[in-house]
Ligand binder design. Structure first.
Ligand code: 13P
Ligand code: SF4
Length: 359
């Protein structure tokens, strides 16, 4: 897909865009709701009505009945989820339509269906609970809903896994292997009980016996932003700053999460920074825009990025600019909203509502 803003917007100054966003917000009043994810640029966050992690924002979208125009400053799967959770009179717009999530793209519908079918040849799929991470396309959320499963985010993966094991013997978790593994480990599952389904290999690269013995079958997906963090970086930072607290997102590899002081969703990380006493030193393993905002917000604390060198930017989150937001607010009537058609919408809604219900 090719997308470019009209010249008038591309060449406008940031101050001009700010002024026009302010004017549009005033004009649209309660009809408009701007949601911003924690990884958005600081100048975009400034205009959000709500700032949050993917769970928090989906809850807000679900509870919001008044707004007819929802501008979701985040990535595609988040806007799709908001569309699923809101009413037919509410239109959801993604200010930069190119903002996707490479991890979500690692689970393709045809591959997931083929995996499910193969698993069904070995174990009755009625004994397997599908759990789809929020970072998936709507079609996969629908697959999950159809098969009795639920959606999870990084803030509720443990509750989702616990719920799943109360109903069924095994869990099929996709697409983030690290979130799934880290959560399973926290619950006391052993490495042998968690196997990785490699979608690039025949039969997922697993033997029949491995599948039979497994409690959790993890899709071999990952986030390229979070897998840049290493255990070595944690050791180095501890050596350099003996009082440091290392806080990471659970999309980081297990050896990083194991060595960290705490791990959790973006909202968890923000809360941790907020509640840490003045003078604290905090090294964070997540996206750089969140970290920079925390460092700016809490100048009385030393907050910095864990790797110290790789600049973990999520290029997709970074795509959304003030210019995109201004253009969306001024031209929403001409922009195609994010729309999940039936029956995908209703089936995906089952899985999303289950998450909101049990957690
Ligand atoms: P949160 O649910 O923690 O906001 O994370 C979303 C995400 O994409 C992390 O990379
Ligand atoms: Fe996707 Fe990773 Fe970006 Fe999150 S940080 S939106 S998982 S690519």
């Amino acid at each position: 897909m090719y997308f470019t803003l009209p010249k008038e917007y591309r060449e406008a100054t940031a101050d001009d865009m700010r002024e026009r966003i302010r004017a549009a917000k005033k004009r649209l009043g309660k009809k408009l709701l701007i949601l911003t994810h924690h990884y958005q640029r600081v100048e975009v966050v400034e205009f959000g009505d709500h700032l949050g992690d993917s769970y928090g924002l989906s809850k807000i979208a679900a509870a919001q009945k008044e707004a007819e125009i929802i501008v979701f400053c985040g990535v595609h799967f988040m806007a799709e989820s908001a569309d699923i959770l809101t009413g037919a009179h509410q239109m959801v717009y993604l200010p930069n339509p190119l903002a996707g999530c490479p991890m979500a793209d690692m689970a393709e519908m045809a591959d997931v269906l083929a995996a499910w079918e193969y698993l069904g040849e070995i174990v009755d799929t009625k004994k397997i609970m599908p759990i789809s991470y929020m970072n998936t396309a709507a079609g996969l959320k629908a697959f999950t809903g159809r098969n009795g499963g639920l959606i999870c985010t990084s803030s509720n993966a443990d509750a989702a896994l616990k719920w799943a094991f109360q109903q069924r013997e095994k869990v099929f978790f996709f697409p983030d292997q690290h979130l799934g593994y880290n959560t399973g480990k926290k619950m006391g599952l052993s490495p042998e009980e968690m196997v990785i389904w490699d979608f690039s290999r025949e039969s997922g690269g697993l033997t029949k016996e491995q599948i039979e013995k497994a409690k959790v079958i993890l899709w071999k997906g990952h986030c390229h932003v979070h897998t840049n963090f290493t255990a070595e970086q944690v050791r180095e930072v501890r050596e350099k700053y003996p009082d440091v607290k290392v806080i990471v997102h659970p999309e980081c590899p297990p050896e990083v999460v194991d060595l960290a002081d705490a791990s959790g969703s973006t909202a968890f990380i923000v809360k941790y920074c907020e509640e840490a006493p003045p003078g604290s030193t905090i090294a964070i393993g997540t996206e750089i825009n969140l970290i920079n905002r925390m460092a700016l917000t809490y100048p009385d604390k030393t907050i910095f990025e864990l790797s110290g060198q790789t600049c973990p930017v999520c290029a997709n989150m970074y795509r959304t600019t003030l210019h995109d937001v201004a253009y969306t607010l001024e031209h929403y009537q001409d922009i195609k909203p994010i729309h999940v058609p039936e029956p995908t919408r209703s089936e995906a809604l089952l899985a999303l509502e289950k998450m909101l219900e049990i957690i």
